[in-house]
Design a protein around this ligand. Structure first.
Ligand SMILES: C[S@@+](CC[C@H](N)C(=O)[O-])C[C@H]1O[C@@H](n2cnc3c(N)ncnc32)[C@H](O)[C@@H]1O
Length: 296
């Protein structure tokens, strides 16, 4: 297994070559730890019976390999209602709280892969609001750096066998048709998707009362991770919530203007910045140049 010290084959020249390939394919190489890059390459090389250096040196000549490697860099593993406890917490506690406080649910599913998570959150909102007798506007934006994944998300068709990922209580929001699971129109109509890199784009515009950034940070370097947490946290309304994946944790939430809401489920709440009381982070200029606030 490669590690920072062990990957002798990963010379400066090879590193430049791989970084160039990633850049040319719209992927920012700085997002990845060196160790992660080496592991991906070693894994692909092994599957073709090559050494990692042979693999990098001849990658252009290996049919379809460039596309294959790029796909491997955007790890897309996901499922409907991944880690069920978080969804029950959302349904029972978080969604009613947000709906009562703001009267609308503006949700960003950042790094949503093939869309299962975005449809899961839409179904959870609809069920929760019905249970608690609340009526409110719901908008879910799903974004991912991977265009192919976003196309699958938009097509909203998933193999029938995956129905087992959907807990019984949420099944009514999905139908099975011609061997596929398809979110019902009442759910699909609430969700929109866009292919975007979280670390670069201005998208999505505005502020959110709930952001899911789950299992996106795991393989990123420490610096990129904190930059993304900072950027994403600033997209939260004050009092809004950020949910990370089960194996992700924010070590000093206060430095991002966050406090811990539920550590077990990796949920954080946006608080006021304390460092500079003169700043007004809740005020921002919208695209028309008018001042708006992100508090209410
Ligand atoms: C492991 S999946 C997680 C999917 C989903 N959030 C979940 O927890 O099931 C990670 C996703 O993050 C996306 N991703 C990685 N870096 C990204 C970036 N800079 N901008 C947007 N999406 C990114 C990948 O393409 C991948 O689809």
């Amino acid at each position: 297994m490669a590690n920072e010290q062990g990957a002798h084959w990963f010379t400066e020249r090879r590193r430049h070559k791989i970084e160039k390939i990633l850049r040319e394919n719209g992927i920012n190489p700085e997002l990845f730890r060196r160790e992660f890059i080496c592991r991906r390459i070693e894994w692909r090389a092994r599957s073709l019976g090559l050494s990692p250096s042979e693999y990098v040196d001849s990658i252009e000549k290996l049919k379809g390999e460039l596309q294959r490697l790029i796909r491997d860099f955007t790890v897309k593993v996901t499922s409907f209602f991944r880690d069920p406890e978080v969804w029950y917490k959302l349904e029972d506690e978080i969604i009613p709280e947000i709906a009562r406080k703001w009267r609308f649910l503006n949700i960003w599913c950042a790094g949503c892969s093939t869309g299962e998570e975005a449809y899961s959150v839409a179904a959870t909102c609809v069920r929760s609001l019905k249970r608690f007798g609340l009526r409110t506007y719901i908008r879910v934006i799903g974004s991912d750096i991977d265009r192919e994944a976003i196309e699958i998300a938009k097509s909203a068709k998933y193999p029938r066998e995956r129905i087992k990922e959907i807990p019984e209580r949420y099944r009514e929001y999905f139908e099975i048709s011609e061997g596929y699971i398809i979110p019902r129109n009442s759910i699909r109509g609430l969700v929109e998707f866009k292919a975007e890199d979280i670390s670069r784009a201005q998208y999505p515009e505005g502020f959110f009362n709930l952001i899911l950034l789950r299992n996106v940070l795991i393989y990123m370097s420490k610096e990129i991770r904190s930059e993304l947490i900072r950027r994403v946290s600033q997209k939260l309304k004050i009092g809004g919530l950020l949910i990370l994946g089960k194996s992700e944790v924010i070590l000093s939430p206060a430095s991002y203007g966050l406090s811990i809401y539920d550590l077990d489920n990796r949920i954080y709440r946006r608080i006021d910045y304390e460092e500079d009381p003169r700043s007004c982070p809740w005020l921002y200029k919208n695209r028309f140049g008018f001042l708006e606030n992100n508090r209410f």
